[in-house]
Design a protein around this ligand. Structure first.
Ligand SMILES: C[S@@+](CC[C@H](N)C(=O)[O-])C[C@H]1O[C@@H](n2cnc3c(N)ncnc32)[C@H](O)[C@@H]1O
Length: 293
């Protein structure tokens, strides 16, 4: 009979391996990798940890996935999935791994448009990636319609797949283009809500990023140019054409970029309505409008 090992022993060994490899979240990651690889529910993992046992053959997939984590691959990349705003998103190497900080942007829009929840609002997301922002909003606003813009065709395929999985594909259109030339709109084509989480990392900081980011997130999703502000310099001046007079734009920003973005807003004669902080207390989202002051 093949040797067997209990889940408890396996878990402790997995934690040790990840710890030795310098993984900060070794316990959490070991549990997630074992649960997923061995098809064990969270409850069973807790209640049957001393009872469940596995043969060496069955453990191969778990070992391979632990190897990947030791090499720096995030758990979300190993299993091609990430939960965002309580929803399951498929991800792959062509899109940014959605960050919890970005949920601040969803909160901001949901709060600002709470009284219009049932209206046929028009949303546009510049740099839609996995679709985490736009699709979460389409789930929150059941009669809204969205335009998904990304320069990466492969990223838009991920958005499409998630739109199908989340049941909102009939309320979304796709534009594969750079944001400068993506949309030229007037009148009734204008939007109620413009959202974007553009690449905002300063080019020279990119080599200093953690290996989980630099090796696994696409460069197109990270590099915001020398100042990190290139996308805002393009997007902010477009708002006066894109937004309805009652419309609002919500942009995610990097830590400490609020004053620079505020200056860009003032230069275009738009209004900064507010700033929203993420759960770490960092200013993460700016809320802009272009209606009458
Ligand atoms: C930081 S990621 C955000 C992805 C997703 N919205 C999120 O919050 O996880 C930025 C996205 O912008 C796209 N992008 C980068 N440069 C662009 C450009 N010039 N025009 C349009 N999209 C661009 C990238 O392909 C990437 O999907």
């Amino acid at each position: 009979m093949a040797d067997t090992i209990t889940l408890e022993n396996l878990y402790e060994r997995a934690v040790q391996r990840l710890d030795d490899a310098g993984i900060k979240s070794a316990r959490l990651d070991a549990r997630l990798i074992l649960m997923k690889s061995l098809n064990i529910s969270h409850t069973n993992f807790i209640t049957e940890i001393k009872v469940l046992s596995f043969s060496a053959v069955n453990l191969r997939v778990a070992q391979e996935n632990l190897d990947k984590r030791c090499e720096g691959m995030p758990v979300s990349r190993i299993f091609n999935e990430r939960e965002f705003w309580g929803l399951p998103f498929y991800i792959n190497e062509h899109c940014l791994d959605p960050r919890p900080d970005t949920e601040t942007l969803i909160e901001a829009v949901v709060t600002a448009f709470a009284s219009k929840r049932r209206e046929a609002l028009r949303f546009v997301d510049f740099g839609v990636g996995s679709g985490c922002i736009l699709l979460s909003l389409l789930r929150e606003f059941p009669n809204a319609y969205g335009v998904a813009v990304d320069i990466s065709y492969e990223a838009l395929k991920v958005t499409q797949k998630n739109a199908d999985l989340l049941g909102v594909a009939d309320r979304i259109n796709f534009v594969c283009s750079d944001w400068d030339s993506a949309l030229r709109v007037r009148g009734e084509d204008q939007f109620d809500v413009v959202v974007s989480n553009p690449p905002y990392i300063e080019s020279q900081m990119i080599p200093k990023l953690e290996r989980e980011v630099i090796h696994f997130d696409p460069m197109l999703a990270l590099d915001g140019g020398i100042s990190g502000l290139n996308p805002y310099k393009i997007l902010v001046p477009k708002l006066k054409f894109l937004l309805k007079s009652s419309g609002r734009a919500f942009f995610e920003i990097g830590k400490g970029q609020e004053s620079d973005v505020q200056r860009l807003v003032e230069k275009t004669d738009a209004t900064l309505n507010g700033l929203y902080r993420d759960i770490a207390g960092i200013i993460r989202v700016v809320d802009i409008s272009c209606g009458d002051k």
